[in-house]
Design a protein around this ligand. Structure first.
Ligand SMILES: [Zn+2]
Length: 253
């Protein structure tokens, strides 16, 4: 009992205040990383550019910010040391690392499996938000799959047929101005029919039968879920690649 009384409760004050300052510094840095991302996002002009920016960077940036915040937390829980032996050093390092990894795994899972629902909602809003015509300032019309083909060149149609690429065509009906936006399917997960998470992605595509000028083809899309591992295949009909009469009609007009 006497030995315990002799322990100086302030002997680790230097470490404690260092650990607290490191914790605060890491937390500040983590918040800055997240803030910088959202500031950059808000400075991105145009719905399509915002869409791509979120799709490419949001989860990664939030993950990096989370790791930095967790490291800050590891320092914070070790900023209250009053007694320390060699064994305690190891116990503290070990438990801190384990808790840090555990929290990291939880955050990683949240970002991977729950956060995409939230992202998806925002992406949908961005994709279908009416584009304004730079000519008239009025909202343009989003063409349907059938209407848009006239406005896409052969390469784009072939690409829509062969890969999971979607082109959206926005048309200003007054001036004929059009804006074409490309959405790549393999960069974007959809809802898994098995587990309902937003984790169902195209892993491979193969052409079973290439479309000719007159005959439809067939494409097989292989899907796989990164959460539950559910796999599925889907065949898609490829439109016959009829030459579009657009150029000839303008030439004769
Ligand atoms: Zn699944």
């Amino acid at each position: 009992m006497n030995e315990l009384l002799e322990v100086d409760p302030h002997q680790y004050d230097a470490w404690n205040s260092l650990a607290l300052n490191l914790a605060l510094a890491f937390w500040a840095l983590g918040i800055i990383v997240a803030l910088v991302y959202f500031i950059r996002l808000s400075s991105v002009g145009g719905s399509k550019n915002k869409y791509d920016f979120i799709n490419r960077h949001e989860i990664n940036n939030l993950w990096i910010a989370s790791i930095i915040l967790i490291i800050g937390g590891c320092f914070f829980v070790n900023a209250n040391v009053v007694e320390l032996t060699t064994m305690w050093v190891f116990v503290r390092i070990f438990t801190t690392a384990m808790m840090g990894i555990l929290v990291g795994l939880i955050v990683q899972n949240l970002l991977k499996f729950y956060y995409p629902f939230f992202i998806e909602k925002r992406l949908k809003v961005l994709r279908y938000k009416p584009r304004l015509s730079p000519k008239t300032g009025k909202p343009m019309k989003l063409l349907s799959e059938e209407e848009e083909d006239v406005h896409l060149d052969e390469g784009m149609i072939a690409e829509e047929n062969v890969y999971s690429v979607d082109y959206d065509v926005w048309l200003d009906e007054e001036t004929g101005f059009k804006q074409i936006e490309k959405y790549a399917g393999h960069l974007h997960a959809i809802e898994c029919p098995e587990c309902n998470y937003q984790t169902f992605k195209i892993t491979r595509e193969e052409i079973l039968q290439a479309p000719t000028d007159t005959q439809e083809g067939e494409l097989m899309k292989h899907y796989s879920c990164t959460y539950c591992g559910y796999k599925a295949r889907k065949t898609v009909v490829l439109k016959a690649q009829i030459k579009l009469p657009e150029e000839s009609s303008t030439a004769t007009a």
